[in-house]
Design a binder for this molecule. Structure first.
Ligand code: DQA
Length: 139
């Protein structure tokens, strides 16, 4: 099974960025942890980008090279119909992850365009949310 793990804008700053909300782990820490937990036969690919077009084009390519996507769309969750449409064009499984519980935060974070395409949404579990998503997809 090929799983693509996508992280949107500002998540390159994880560990330094508002650690009281997003925790002290970096994206590299999370990648290492997920690779440690991926069983045989599970290939993980990672992309973090601050450029929406790059994210869209990676999702287009996923039509050919991924069976499932785990995505933290970050701020694009709340703004991007284009990201929703790209994920709709992808035919595999999609799980949405947020480190924080977006529903207990500012009102503008309560709605995610992406959730309409996600089979499952994890929010508020911190970095464990990615692992929960990985286990959900591979169990
Ligand atoms: C986030 C929540 C979003 O509202 C925010 O814009 C992010 C990160 C999260 O992981 O909790 O950048 O997706």
């Amino acid at each position: 099974m090929r799983i693509l793990i996508l992280n949107g804008p500002n998540l390159n700053l994880l560990g330094k960025r508002e650690p009281d909300i997003y925790g002290h782990e970096t994206l590299d820490d999370i990648e290492r942890e997920l690779r440690g937990h991926a069983g045989d036969g599970v290939r993980l690919d990672f992309l973090q980008t601050n450029h929406e077009g790059e994210m869209l084009e990676r999702i287009h390519r996923a039509r050919e090279d991924a069976d499932a996507i785990i995505i933290n769309p970050a701020a694009w969750s709340h703004t991007s119909v284009a990201l929703l449409d790209a994920l709709k064009a992808f035919e595999g499984r999609v799980v949405e992850v947020h480190l924080s519980n977006i529903h207990t935060r500012e009102a503008f974070r309560h709605h995610s365009y992406i959730s309409a395409r996600a089979e499952a949404v994890v929010a508020g579990m911190g970095s464990f949310g990615y692992r929960a998503a990985l286990e959900f997809l591979t169990r």
